[in-house]
Design a protein around this ligand. Structure first.
Ligand code: FES
Ligand code: FES
Length: 153
């Protein structure tokens, strides 16, 4: 039942409305707001496909309840250009053919955007470590790490 009044900011726009308090953040974003760029892979906090920024921190939106983001700022892949490294990361992923399957890409870019803001001088090893919560089972991490490394310049 929609009986919780949620007030938050999503990609720079204010949201205020009643939601089901049992709803996860990923379902709220995809099904209520229509932001389908956030993907559900495992649904258990293991794959990173569902990453969004919550007050600048990358979180698994499948593990966060929507009501708990009250008063917070959410950035999804649709709003990634608002972050310092968003545009650079998108350009670099394209240039380095790091999109690969495409399904996991929003999660990788969200994680990388948060990480580079925290550590703009990160080494390739540190980037690899930072992306360890984002699972790729197709092509591997080489091009993704290269793309993130280039985006920091
Ligand atoms: S869908 Fe959330 S971590 Fe996999
Ligand atoms: S990028 Fe999606 S499985 Fe490799």
């Amino acid at each position: 039942m929609k009986n919780y009044l949620l007030k938050c900011e999503i990609n720079g726009e204010k949201f205020e409305g009643l939601i089901d308090p049992n709803m996860r953040l990923i379902d709220f974003l995809r099904d209520e707001i229509g932001l389908k760029g956030t993907k559900e892979g495992c649904g258990e906090g293991e794959c990173g496909a569902c990453m969004v920024l919550l007050d600048g921190r990358a979180v698994n939106s499948c593990l966060v309840m929507a009501f708990s983001v009250s008063g917070k700022e959410i950035i999804t892949i649709e709003g990634i250009d608002k972050t310092k490294y968003g545009k650079k990361l998108k350009k670099s992923f394209k240039k380095n053919a790091a999109v690969q399957c495409g399904f996991c890409t929003p999660g990788f870019i969200i994680t990388a955007a948060a990480f580079l803001e925290e550590k703009p001088d990160a080494t390739e090893e540190e980037i690899k470590e930072a992306l360890s919560g984002n699972i790729c089972r197709c092509t591997g991490y080489d091009m993704i790490i290269k793309a993130v490394n280039e985006a920091k310049k």
